[in-house]
Design a protein around this ligand. Structure first.
Ligand SMILES: [Fe+2]
Length: 326
């Protein structure tokens, strides 16, 4: 491999493409360069890497402890022998969760410890659609007017994927305490500030997305309107939004602490298979609290009250994701 080349994404406030490196055989010097670029740009695109599950997890581990490594982000089953199998029916919880991720979010804000970063490696990509889009909440915060900065200073919102699935799709998954239902749809809600000071750069950024609801101290309609307006603001300028048009072999990594992302629709009867690895946040900066902590009760109650309202409110959008901005 030649020298690492970092090329900022053209016309964007964030993101860079990196070439001249093989992610499977990174030296410590090369990783230091990549890590610096990760903090500077927040989103790194590595073409032609063709990482498998193991290599994806190994690269993720360079950034920290994994939430999971080398897992399918897909609408298609992959057998143990490596062959691909059935395409999942759209009327499954797995596909409803996939469709939910077509609305702007950062990963794992609905868990006690939010994610540091995540990566996707493209294996099978449909001919049309299925992009992943990213949006920059760091330059968005810098571009906010002073009145809005003053208004949101000190405000927080609860984060829950029971909320986001209900709000975006009219989907009310019930936790069974295990697997994806237990770790994702668990009935807890975690309070996180709307303005985040990035733990490694010290730069403030907005911290919002589909999982956020119920700003304490604001009436429900004001909270909803404010959260929507902040997300709308982030994505209102094309300098802050980038669409990854996947080519098999691409690997992309992004900083979940200041970069939003969303999947884009495609023909769900066609296979789409990416390998995902997610790195946990540092508890010193990304821990809200644990379910057994006393302050968890307020989140649990806020979520239960919100879901009660949504059960009536979302009858018109059952599984349709009609609130997802297109
Ligand atoms: Fe995601």
């Amino acid at each position: 491999m030649g020298d690492i080349t970092i090329t900022p994404l053209e016309g964007k406030a964030f993101g860079a493409t990196i070439t001249g490196v093989d992610l499977r055989t990174l030296s410590d010097d090369e990783f230091a360069t990549i890590h610096r670029a990760f903090l500077d740009y927040g989103l790194l695109v590595f073409p032609q890497q063709h990482l498998d599950e193991q290599a994806s997890a190994d690269f993720g581990r360079r950034f920290g402890e994994l939430e999971f490594g080398g897992q399918p982000m897909a609408n298609q089953k992959k057998h143990k022998d490596g062959s691909f199998g059935e395409i999942y029916d759209i009327n499954t919880q797995l596909m409803r969760t996939n469709v939910g991720n077509e609305t702007w979010h950062t990963d794992s804000t609905y868990k006690p410890i939010a994610s540091k970063c995540a990566m996707l490696s493209a294996v099978i990509i449909p001919d049309e659609g299925g992009n992943t889009e990213f949006a920059d909440m760091r330059s968005a915060y810098a571009d906010l007017d002073e009145a809005t900065k003053a208004r949101i200073a000190g405000l927080s919102a609860y984060h829950s994927t029971n909320y986001s699935q209900a709000n975006d799709l009219g989907d009310f998954p019930v936790s069974n305490g295990e697997g994806v239902y237990g770790t994702v749809y668990h009935g807890e809600a975690y309070l996180r500030p709307l303005v985040k000071i990035h733990p490694e750069t010290g730069i403030p950024n907005l911290f919002v997305g589909r999982h956020a609801f119920g700003i304490p101290g604001l009436p429900r309609d004001e909270s909803r309107a404010l959260l929507k307006s902040l997300i709308d603001f982030v994505v209102s300028d094309e300098r802050r939004v980038y669409a990854q048009e996947w080519v098999p072999g691409d690997t992309v990594i992004w900083d979940n602490r200041f970069v939003l992302h969303r999947a884009r629709p495609y023909d769900y009867t066609k296979p789409r298979y990416l390998i995902g690895t997610r790195v946990a946040g540092d508890p010193a900066s990304e821990l809200a609290y644990y379910p057994e902590d006393p302050q968890a009760e307020a989140g649990r109650q806020a979520l239960a009250a919100e879901l009660e309202i949504l059960r009536d409110e979302v009858r018109d959008r059952m599984y349709g994701a009609t609130t997802a901005p297109r």
